[in-house]
Design a protein around this ligand. Structure first.
Ligand code: ARG
Length: 579
């Protein structure tokens, strides 16, 4: 694997430059593979060594690079070393390359490939709490919630595969004046049967209707206020109705999350912290952090000069708390309960300021762990529509993805052999959705496009699934080919070397994604891997080749298949065996 070569190169540098070899490890990277020509395997950027103070930064960098390249010794592992524009290239022995990269797949798939790399050790951070999805009861589950769901799931999967213990939390919008409206609305327009039959639909209808009606109906508005006050005062009847809304909603969501392959360890919500929020207000007061605005609201002054030019409201003039007050209480409560080492909030970028203020206030309150909290923002999705119009429920999106995919698949003859085409269509459709979403930087807005994301050719999730299924089929049909011996010296073609070199980069790609929490590094790695696999299918036939060639190529395909599947699983996708 990559570690073996990186270590060997680092040891050479360590001996030559008289430094412990570990300091060189992060500076040595596997070279991105170009399709047409064979490239060197590893590279070292000399400027990194200058920044680290290992080499003087006042000398001519090109001369320095050449001198260092000349001093380093070639051997049986690293056969060639060359210098170019501040970079040293390393070319490793071809047979060793194949042997080391494919060693983990000797006995089958290896779902730990790359994960034990020493590059990833510093990222193991104990307990990570990831808060994601977090829809609001009775309101629309919009594209932003879908993005939060799949991005949060990716972050949780990634952290988990790196060896952290992960808490997946859903923080429901289950408190606030909207429940006054919903309660009063339900008493007027609601129907228990309909609620049981199609809860999300019915709650949403009631909510939309009551919002419209209160515009002209002052009595209803008063009823809503009364209902919310009753809730706040723990009135049994009001609380029991609210509880039903909540429970039924959670059950429905659990069902849809399951289709997406997402689960939560904790369903928390704003309601959990309504009383603690008042405690937080008192703590702010005790610490002298609570001020009063001209309008009589409780505020925390966050301006650098303390001149109230930037304040955050934490208490309404009627004494009720706000979204941020509940978030303060929730964060403190989570730290007490889970002692997380890091906490990641996944929401759209419009809440960036909210989280900045949240962390700032927590720090001011004397909670240094707020520095280990992070907001992962993402951009807007435009034009997410289904055949029936705007998306209101998550299930509609999944149904549409499945239906469209099923239609596309019916064009292909292999679909007839599938045991459960619907299930396959669902998995492929979800993969398409995820890949479209993860291809670019999360911060960017993007345009949702069913046709484009479901293309079989092109850089789509369908292409990833297709590549995986094709590899599985190759491995299935050649199961009996075991007379030949694996012989690493037989993998010399550009198509083989491309895959091997690309696999060398896997741990670096995981590192990148774990550092900036952007899935694009992993997605683009897997897409590129799939392109290399497509060339290999063409150039490296298994059928009809001598037994040792067949056996060796199968090992290469098995390794590629295994890494593709591992990467897809981290993205939150279930790889299909047939399609
Ligand atoms: N329910 C909120 C919304 O739909 C998202 C909650 C985000 N998390 C938080 N701790 N504030 O906008």
């Amino acid at each position: 694997m990559a570690c073996f070569f990186r270590r060997t190169i680092a040891a050479k540098l360590g001996r030559t430059l008289q430094h412990p070899e570990d300091v060189f490890i992060p500076a040595i990277t596997a070279t991105p593979v170009l399709k047409k020509q064979q490239s060197p395997d590893f590279r070292l950027s000399v400027s990194t060594l200058r920044i680290d103070g290992i080499l003087p930064s006042n000398e001519d960098i090109q001369l320095q690079t050449e001198n260092l390249a000349n001093q380093l010794k070639r051997d049986v592992v690293v056969e060639e070393i060359s210098a170019e524009k501040g970079v040293i290239h390393f070319h490793v022995n071809r047979e060793l390359l194949a042997e080391k990269v494919l060693e983990p797949f000797k006995n089958g798939a290896d779902d730990k490939y790359g994960l034990n790399s020493d590059l990833l050790t510093p990222l193991k951070r104990g307990t990570t709490l990831v808060e994601f999805s977090s829809p609001n009861i009775a309101k629309k589950f919009h594209a932003g919630h879908l993005r939060s769901t799949i991005i949060g799931n990716f972050v949780a999967n990634l952290k988990e595969s790196l060896g952290n213990s992960v808490i997946r939390m859903n923080y429901l919008g289950d408190w606030g004046m909207q429940f006054g409206l919903l309660g009063a609305g339900f008493e007027k327009f609601g129907c228990i049967e309909k609620l049981k039959e199609n809860p999300l639909q019915h709650l949403f209808e009631v909510y939309v209707r009551v919002n419209k009606e209160v515009e002209q109906n002052e009595a209803l508005m008063q009823a809503a206020r009364d209902f919310f006050r009753q809730l706040e005062q723990h009135d049994d009847e009001a609380v029991s109705l609210w509880q039903q809304f909540r429970e039924i909603t959670v059950q429905e969501y659990q069902h849809v999350y399951k289709r997406l392959g997402v689960h939560f360890d904790v369903y928390s919500g704003e309601s959990f912290h309504r009383d603690q929020a008042q405690t937080v207000v008192r703590q702010l007061q005790d610490r002298g952090l609570l001020g009063t605005s001209a309008k009589g609201m409780g505020v925390v002054d966050l301006s650098p000069d303390g001149d109230m030019s930037n304040v955050c409201t934490v208490l309404r003039s009627d004494g009720t708390t706000l979204y941020i007050t509940r978030d303060l209480a929730a964060a403190i409560n989570r730290q007490e309960k889970y002692s997380f080492d890091e906490m990641i909030y996944v929401t759209d970028k419009s809440q960036a300021n909210h989280f900045r203020q949240l962390f700032q206030i927590l720090l001011a309150m004397g909670h240094p762990w707020a520095d280990r909290c992070r907001h992962l923002p993402f951009g807007l999705v435009r034009g997410m529509k289904t055949r029936t119009g705007d998306v209101v429920f998550l299930e509609d999106v999944l149904d549409e993805a499945r239906a469209r995919m099923l239609h596309n698949m019916s064009q292909s003859h292999t679909t007839k052999e599938l045991e459960n085409p619907e299930d396959t269509a669902e998995k492929v459709g979800i993969c398409a959705l995820i890949v479209q979403d993860f291809k670019g930087p999360l911060q960017s807005d993007y345009k949702f496009d069913w046709a484009q994301m479901l293309q079989a050719q092109g850089d789509t999730g369908v292409f990833l699934q297709y590549t995986h299924a094709r590899l599985c089929s190759l491995l299935r049909t050649n199961k009996g080919v075991d007379e030949g011996e694996f012989n690493p010296s037989l993998l010399r073609e550009t198509s083989s070397i491309n895959i091997l070199q690309h696999l060398l980069r896997y741990d670096e790609v995981l590192l990148q994604s774990a550092q900036d929490l952007q899935p694009k590094h992993l997605v683009n790695f897997l897409i590129k891997l799939s392109h290399f696999i497509a060339s290999a299918h063409r150039d490296l036939p298994v059928k009809g080749s001598p037994p040792d060639v067949a056996q060796t190529r199968l090992r290469l395909f098995r390794g590629a298949c295994s890494v593709l599947a591992n990467g897809m699983r981290i993205l939150g996708v279930t790889p299909v065996q047939k399609m």
